[in-house]
Write a protein that binds this ligand. Structure first.
Ligand SMILES: [Ca+2]
Length: 95
């Protein structure tokens, strides 16, 4: 709070594109963890876009963060699975 880096990821709040980065996560030069980058680009499953578009966005962006070294292949698979689950859950809720 006092040092201008609230989430303690080493990227000052004034240039940190992602607040609240989990303390144990890998992050890029802008202070964003992999999942936060996906959320920045794709939004959340509840944002209302077509769920297929959301899932393919997550699949694409998770590949990018894997290439950047921000996630492992195993974690990427988990991210895609949970994106699919979240989107399906959202669809069921809308009935
Ligand atoms: Ca951050």
């Amino acid at each position: 709070m006092c040092d201008g880096d609230d989430d303690a990821d080493g990227v000052g709040d004034d240039v940190d594109a992602c607040a609240g980065t989990p303390i144990d996560s890998l992050f890029d030069d802008n202070g964003c963890s992999g999942p936060q980058l996906i959320e920045l680009v794709c939004g959340l499953p509840g944002d209302g876009g077509p769920r297929g578009r959301y899932i393919s966005c997550v699949a694409r962006e998770s590949k990018t963060i894997q290439r950047l070294g921000l996630t492992t292949r195993e974690e990427r698979a988990r991210i895609i699975r949970s994106a699919a689950r979240g989107a399906v859950f959202q669809r069921l809720n809308q009935r």
